[in-house]
Design a protein around this ligand. Structure first.
Ligand code: NAP
Length: 252
């Protein structure tokens, strides 16, 4: 086992994940930059520095996940932090189509099941598959923790409030995938509580990335901040939480 703490960030070749990887390296971690395209992961890791290593990881591909877990075990022998960041916002939104227009075509009444399944495959089932594969390594690492990158648009509490800004785009595809991710987060936290492995969900806020065609208002540095804060919480810190900017609690 290597001495330095190890973090794995899924979908870290760009956007918020890349910034989380960068920040964790600056906090002294060896960071595994998960990327479904290995070459893009290598470019990202090279850009971060020598404590970043690319790892091929497609969260929808069981074989890729198993191979990545094998690499973490044999090459590093520990996993202190797992950041489940990889996600997609849609499968077939048309070029130039606004989020509002896309939302109208993906209501519960008219959503294409394939569209919903594709997004849930990455954002929900992918997270569960990575969790199951990495858990034995996390369990063998004292003080391990998991951070799931969710979104405030998945909050049932917020969407139940008629004044919530993003209520009109709450639908079965991306927003509900994050609601399901929140449910998984709580289930994981409950499962791992007796073992002291903390599991929390965070929302980065509306961040300028590829996910939203760079329409976000926050920088990736701002978007990564809460995930990094939660990844670094003390060993007796909270578990089963959902927080956003400055550690503010978001209703499930
Ligand atoms: P992004 O720039 O599009 O990055 C998403 C990352 O996930 C990319 O690296 C992408 O890889 C990867 N990914 C997608 N499918 C994958 C798969 N099957 N296997 C492995 N990696 C996969 O978006 P982002 O904004 O940084 O998103 C990061 C997280 O923040 C997501 O969980 C998102 O839901 C959440 N979030 C973002 C915002 C926002 O405003 N941006 C707000 C709330 C929550 P490729 O480069 O290969 O596509």
């Amino acid at each position: 086992m290597q001495d330095k703490a190890v973090a794995l960030v899924t979908g870290a070749n760009q956007g918020i994940g890349l910034q989380i990887a960068r920040d964790l390296v600056s906090h002294g971690f060896t960071v595994l930059v998960g990327s479904r395209d290995f070459a893009r992961g290598q470019a990202a890791a090279g850009d971060i520095g020598q404590d970043a290593h690319a790892i091929q990881l497609d969260v929808t591909d069981q074989a890729s996940i198993a191979e990545a877990a094998g690499r973490v075990r044999t090459e590093f022998g520990r996993l202190d932090v797992l950041v489940q960041n990889a996600a997609i916002s849609n499968k077939s939104k048309r070029e130039g189509q606004s989020v509002q227009e896309y939302a109208k075509t993906t209501r519960p009444s008219n959503v294409a099941l394939d569209e919903m399944r594709a997004v849930w495959e990455t954002n929900v089932f992918g997270v569960l598959m990575v969790y199951q594969a990495m858990l034995p390594i996390l369990r063998a690492t004292p003080g391990a923790r998991i951070v799931n990158v969710s979104s405030g648009v998945g909050s049932l509490g917020r969407n139940a409030d008629p004044s919530f800004t993003y209520r009109q785009i709450f639908g079965p595809v991306y927003p509900a995938s994050k609601t399901a991710l929140n449910a998984l987060t709580l289930a994981m936290a409950i499962e791992l509580e007796p073992e002291g492995i903390r599991v929390n969900a965070v929302s980065p806020g509306y961040t300028r990335t590829n996910l939203n065609g760079y329409s976000g208002t926050e920088t990736v540095e701002e978007g990564a901040r809460e995930a990094v804060r939660v990844a670094l919480l003390a060993q007796d810190g909270p578990t089963g939480g959902f927080t956003g900017k400055d550690g503010q609690t978001i209703p499930w």
